[in-house]
Design a protein. Structure first.
Length: 482
């Protein structure tokens, strides 16, 4: 009781200021739904930095309650937005859009994820934390579908917020790579509240520094989340600002930073997404194909730039050594071996949401090895382990439905800006699915799950209408048709 009272009466000004700011943003989302996505994106990008500055100027580290409360603040904005959508739907007695196949599949996947919180295989705290860490972000799909129906220019209006957060993250990441981490960040890495440091006190550990080269995490929780978020934003900028000089300046900055994160999973994702975008826009005979190829070459050049800076192609090049280390791929092979041979890894109903990584984080025992948590490093394996074969079938059905819609979209008539946005959306969804199935597990991370479900929401929206770029009104659309 004293522990809880101590946390509730915390003197940490950062904690209280952040809480008040989050409540204000949630209130704005509730009463002005058009501000839900911009506010949500800003909190997605800042929550992990805010949790770290709890260590700033504090004689004692923050408690677990304070720390994890900071991580729940972005969810207040999403909850307020969904509440507003629910209230409006009750008033109108219907959703603001006509559901299609993809909508029903996503809805079924969300319901199944929620039901898996009742799976008794692991403790309830594991399941609730697992649902909070990834399951609730499926609701971003609903938010995007509703936002599209209310204002077809919403995505164009969101781009400045995405670009701003990505620019700040990039600049700070390059600062960390050059000058190292601030004292409060080192305190965070040394704390028991993160596994990222994974070294003894005073050492950064293999996750952050290996072969003498630091992987920056900027304002996010890890270098991987940083690399993926910047990659998502780069794709949106390419679709919306690809004809502007400012767009290419930002793209160059983001490409350089993504390369420097040394997150190979984000490299795979961004390379695949740009390649699929180039292929899709070529088949659709869109001029954006050239821009996608140029962006891909810029990205390859950025990787080459850091390789050159850190010692060209010599065997002692720390950047090249860290980028090409193969030991971690053994975990991927192990993941596939286990999902094939170990029955507890592919049950029909699964082991409950959160039972893979959240259970490991909370030191909950495994289902077949009570003395050690054995982890998958492949996202699709995580899905079948947690949500079972039923959950896997639903997820794969979502991807197949999105892919079919994407192929149809390539043959659709083009209205200014609409087809390129749709192609980038489907390229993003497919690239996430491929990368998540072969090299990494990422959908449990909020800065990755949110853009993924948002991209899927864009794909769902183009089935029923045309997303317009900012400044492109309905009257302009009608004039073009006439």
């Amino acid at each position: 009781m004293n522990f809880v009272q101590g946390d509730l009466l915390s003197p940490n000004a950062i904690l209280w200021a952040s809480t008040l700011a989050a409540v204000a943003t949630a209130s704005l989302a509730l009463f002005k739904l058009r501000w839900a996505m911009p506010g949500f994106i800003i909190w997605i990008a800042s929550a992990d930095f805010l949790k770290r500055i709890l260590f700033l100027g504090s004689e004692s580290p923050p408690s677990e309650l304070e720390y994890y409360w900071m991580l729940t603040l972005p969810d207040l904005i999403l909850a307020a937005a969904i509440l507003r959508i629910g209230v409006d739907a009750l008033k109108e007695r219907s959703l603001p859009f006509r559901p299609g196949t993809l909508d029903y599949l996503v809805g079924a996947f969300f319901v199944w994820s929620a039901l898996e919180a009742l799976n008794p295989t692991f403790p309830i705290i594991v399941r609730l934390a697992g649902f909070k860490s990834s399951g609730i972000y499926v609701l971003v799909y609903l938010l995007v579908r509703v936002m599209y129906q209310r204002d077809k220019t919403w995505l164009g209006k969101l781009v400045p917020f995405l670009a701003g957060t990505a620019a700040v993250a990039s600049i700070y990441a390059l600062y960390q790579a050059q000058f190292g981490f601030a004292a409060f960040e080192l305190d965070w890495l040394d704390s028991s509240l993160t596994e990222l440091g994974s070294g003894v006190k005073g050492e950064l550990g293999e996750t952050i520094a290996w072969f003498g080269i630091v992987r920056p995490f900027s304002i996010f929780a890890s270098h991987e989340q940083l690399g993926w978020y910047l990659s998502f934003v780069a794709l949106v900028i390419l679709a919306h600002w690809g004809r502007r000089p400012l767009g290419w300046i930002l793209l160059i900055l983001l490409m350089i930073t993504v390369a420097r994160t040394l997150s190979r999973s984000s490299w795979v994702f961004l390379g695949l997404a740009l390649g699929l975008t180039a292929l899709g826009t070529t088949l659709a005979r869109r001029k954006m194909a050239k821009d996608a190829v140029i962006a891909l070459l810029l990205f390859v050049g950025a990787i080459g730039l850091w390789t050159y800076i850190n010692g060209r192609m010599s065997a002692e090049n720390p950047y090249l050594q860290r980028a090409t280390v193969v030991g971690s791929y053994e975990w991927r092979i192990f993941s596939f071996q286990e999902v094939i041979s170990e029955t507890s890894w592919h049950r029909l109903l699964g082991n409950g949401i959160g039972s893979m990584w959240v259970a490991w984080r909370m030191k909950a025992p495994g289902t077949f090895n009570p003395d050690e948590r054995i982890l998958s490093h492949v996202g699709t394996v995580d899905i079948v382990y947690e949500l079972g074969i039923v959950g896997l079938v639903l997820f794969v059905a979502i991807i197949l439905a999105a892919a079919i819609m994407g192929l149809r979209h390539l043959r659709s008539s083009d209205i200014k800006g609409q087809q390129s946005i749709g192609i980038v959306g489907i390229a993003t969804v497919l690239a996430v699915f491929i990368a998540n199935s072969i090299v990494t597990t990422v959908l449990m991370f909020r800065p990755i799950a949110v853009p993924f479900w948002a991209a899927l929401g864009i794909v769902g929206s183009i089935q029923h209408g045309n997303i317009q770029p900012a400044g492109h009104s309905l009257s302009q659309e009608l004039q073009e048709h006439s």
